[in-house]
Design a protein around this ligand. Structure first.
Ligand code: 3PG
Length: 205
């Protein structure tokens, strides 16, 4: 999908759930809970061994979902994520190898940054929508605004420490595309559905 169209979809959803799956069996109930909660989107992280398989299974079972790969830190993981059907790639930091891999395959890459130097590295690869991570530890919205003063063309997806308590503050700034977070992902599928529904209502309201 074209990057602009994908970013438009992400910005309409306003929230990108960060998903850590400890076993492949957790995949479909958790994805179903996100869909039922009104958020057909997931960043499935390569922090666990089943990430590649989980992305493949989710794409096959729920083609209506927007599925990205998260915590992608090297080319090998990036290639696995793309082969499994990931539609976008997210890293906690900036990786030149991952940036090159995504550029070669035409995939949207959202690298994590927190400093102007890291922003410059991402910009040098033509990347202008960046993850700001870990957002709450690095000054949150105040720091994003300071970075945007020097790089007015950048857009951000803050992640790390985002919750129902502070998401509206982030989303009030026009340079925030969406917020990433895992706060709705703990508990049973029913609890995930309920927290997701509440989050969707909060950001739509
Ligand atoms: C991530 O990798 O993006 C974060 O772990 C998500 O942060 P959170 O758990 O504080 O939402």
């Amino acid at each position: 999908m074209a990057h602009e169209k994908l970013l438009e979809q992400i910005s309409k959803m306003k929230i990108v759930p960060v998903v850590v799956l400890n076993s492949i069996e957790e995949t479909l109930p958790k994805m179903q809970a996100l869909i039922d909660g009104g958020l057909p989107c997931a960043e499935i992280t390569f922090r666990t061994a089943c990430a590649e398989e989980a992305i493949r299974l989710t794409r096959k079972t729920f083609p209506q979902m927007l599925v990205g790969a998260g915590t992608v830190i090297n080319r090998e993981q990036c290639e696995k994520a793309i082969a499994a059907g990931a539609e976008f790639i997210v890293s906690p930091g900036f990786s030149e190898d991952v940036a090159d891999c995504c550029a070669e395959r035409g995939l949207l890459y959202l690298p994590g940054i927190v400093t102007p130097t890291e922003a410059m590295a991402a910009v040098s690869k033509g990347l202008t929508t960046l993850k700001f991570f870990p957002a709450s530890n690095y000054g949150g919205l105040k720091t994003i605004k300071a970075i945007c003063a020097a790089f007015p063309y950048l857009r951000f997806m803050p992640t790390g420490g985002i919750s129902a308590e502070n998401i509206l503050e982030y989303l009030s700034y026009e340079k925030i595309v969406a917020c990433g977070g895992s706060w709705m992902m703990n508990g049973t599928p029913e609890e995930i559905r309920a927290k997701t529904k509440a989050a969707v209502e909060l950001v739509k309201g």
